[in-house]
Ligand binder design. Structure first.
Ligand SMILES: [Fe+2]
Length: 197
């Protein structure tokens, strides 16, 4: 005879979250404080504007661009930006006319979230994670990025300690713009590599 529990639908997510929170609180762990702090980090600090500032600096300062490509973690620190300790490497992938880079986490949803922001929902989908590796050109086209046939596409699979960001090409129309103006046009999608600017 089936266990009665097997036939029950799972409780709504709010109820399950509340139960987890209560279990943490009962053991002296301040779940509510952690959630408040995390919510603040997500909305105020881990924002794609950080990465956009990095891209704008790289476009306007060739020496910074070289440092960024050599060691992303050290270079973004020059702008006051940090990564969690377990994000040991920030590898910056430069797009050119000939090469287009796109990032994925085939295992789950890892990104350099303190720099480019939290992963979009589609980035976590099994379909994106599986297909962008095998048929990247088709997936990018479906997402609105139709690359020329002779553009090489490189797909980079994120790991726990190596995080990536794409350095998009600067649109020619933006030559001479200020860093702030340039940062305004840089999107999270462009830093993941599913869009060009
Ligand atoms: Fe992941």
């Amino acid at each position: 005879m089936a266990d009665r529990h097997d036939e029950q639908a799972p409780a709504p997510v709010e109820k399950r979250a509340a139960a987890l929170e209560a279990a943490f609180e009962a053991r002296g762990m301040k779940a509510a404080d952690f959630i408040d702090d995390h919510a603040r980090l997500v909305t105020e600090e881990w924002v794609p504007r950080n990465g956009a500032r990095v891209v704008a600096r790289a476009w306007t300062d060739p020496a910074f661009r070289q440092r960024l490509l050599a060691n992303g973690r050290d270079a973004v620190a020059e702008l006051g930006l940090t990564l969690p300790p377990h994000h040991r490497h920030l590898v910056v992938l430069e797009n050119t006319e000939a090469v287009h880079n796109v990032i994925v986490c085939t295992q789950c949803s890892c990104t350099a979230y303190s720099i480019i922001g939290l992963p979009p929902d589609w980035y976590k989908d099994f379909e994106y994670r599986a297909r962008v590796v095998r048929e990247s050109r088709t997936v990018l086209r479906e997402m609105g990025l139709d690359l020329p046939a002779d553009t090489e596409i490189r797909v980079w699979d994120t790991s726990a300690d190596t995080r990536y960001m794409v350095l998009p090409q600067q649109p020619p129309r933006t030559r001479g713009w200020s860093e702030d103006q340039l940062a305004d046009i840089v999107t999270k999608d462009a830093m993941i590599g599913v869009a060009r600017l």
